[in-house]
Design a protein around this ligand. Structure first.
Ligand code: NAP
Length: 339
């Protein structure tokens, strides 16, 4: 059933440290009317992502911060309810950065049509969306894994990490993952990782990693930073590739992180360390999506989603990312598609 109000989550304040529920403000507004050239989209699934924390801060980053009062920036899978745009028709599914709200207008800029059956729509925010593409291009273009090499991924049971480890296996590598519970470690093994470490219960992360990587580390795909990364860097091989994808362990830090400065290890190994941003491959998304979809069809790539129910739960779902409450992609279901 169509709603008469547009529920929105807006930024109430810039958080110091870990965001809280009071970081967000709930509001209701009118459902907007599309002008000529626009479409009205109803949100079905909202994405909650670690990068949103970066937008809640005035710290220098690759994207402009949100202003206080802005609708929370975020990816959405939605359905076109009204179209005054020649490229879209009512009923179509789309994905775009439409924000945490029930309804958004779009002129088509940054919007992508989603050709998935309704039950698979969440995938457009996960394995067949931004996180899957991050894993695909980050690992293959920057990590350049070769058969027989060892690929280590942190945040391994999350949206990006699960895909990284499985692509590493598809490419004939040894895949080693770090995650925060025994259940997640068991899932990684079930998904084909050769070794999985619960970094929270390991007595010594470096020792556990060394055991899991008897031939050292050729590719380290970093989603978390901090002590896990310090440990991984001590095990890199000659010409290792280090992909700095995310640093979630640092996102809520209130002062610059300190820690072992391991750059002599990069020097000694003549390693390459590179930060990545998935949107740098925007012109190749179709290629990435086709490859990921192909592996899913062949049963070589599996995925998980953690779906919170209800618009009101978006802030809690987002906060859960910092406590490891998700397995695979975390998202929020807000409505069923109209038939
Ligand atoms: N560069 C890019 O273009 C790009 C694109 C997408 C994502 N990213 C980055 O990639 C990383 C993963 O993103 P995602 O969407 O796949 O998130 P995710 O891994 O699905 O969710 C976040 C996970 O991080 C782990 N975590 C939280 N705090 C941690 C800490 N202090 N130390 C270690 N692990 C911690 C938790 O799992 P555990 O239970 O294992 O602790 C949590 O489930 C993030 O850093 C994100 O910012 C970058």
């Amino acid at each position: 059933m169509e709603r008469r109000v547009n529920r929105q989550w807006r930024l109430a304040s810039y958080p110091e440290g870990l965001p809280r529920e009071s970081t967000f403000r709930y509001e209701e507004g009118p459902v907007p009317e599309p002008a000529e050239g626009q479409v009205l989209i109803r949100s079905l699934y909202l994405s909650v992502d670690p990068y949103q924390r970066g937008r809640m801060s005035s710290r220098r980053s690759y994207a402009k911060p949100m202003e206080i009062g802005d609708v929370i920036v975020g990816g959405v899978v939605g359905q076109v309810m009204r179209s005054r745009h020649p490229g879209y028709r009512e009923g179509q599914f789309v994905v775009g950065l439409l924000g945490w709200q029930d309804y958004a207008l779009s002129d088509g800029e940054g919007l992508r049509r989603v050709d998935l059956e309704p039950g698979l729509l969440p995938g457009a925010l996960g394995v067949l969306g931004m996180p899957g593409l991050t894993a695909y291009f980050g690992l293959l273009e920057v990590g350049r894994p070769k058969p027989g090499e060892t690929v280590v991924v942190s945040g391994a049971a999350g949206a990006v990490g699960l895909v990284v480890g499985q692509i590493a296996k598809i490419k004939g590598c040894r895949a080693v993952g770090l995650s925060g519970t025994d259940e997640k470690a068991a899932l990684l093994r079930e998904m084909g990782f050769d070794a999985a470490i619960n970094y929270k219960s390991a007595a010594d992360i470096r020792e556990a990693l060394a055991q899991a990587c008897p031939r050292g580390v050729d590719v380290y795909f970093d989603n978390v930073g901090g002590p896990i990364t310090d440990a991984a860097l001590t095990l890199i091989n000659l010409k290792a590739r280090i992909i700095i994808c995310g640093q979630i362990s640092q996102y809520n830090a209130t002062r610059p992180p300190r820690g072992p400065r391991q750059f002599h290890l990069i020097l000694a190994a003549r390693a390459r360390l590179q930060g990545i941003l998935v949107s740098d491959w925007e012109d190749r998304y179709e290629e990435g999506l086709a490859a990921l979809a192909g592996w899913i069809r062949e049963g070589r790539l599996r995925y998980r989603e953690t779906v919170a129910e209800g618009f009101e739960n978006a802030p809690v779902a987002f906060l859960g990312l910092f406590h490891g409450h998700n397995v695979g992609k975390m998202l929020v279901k807000v409505a069923d598609p109209a038939v």
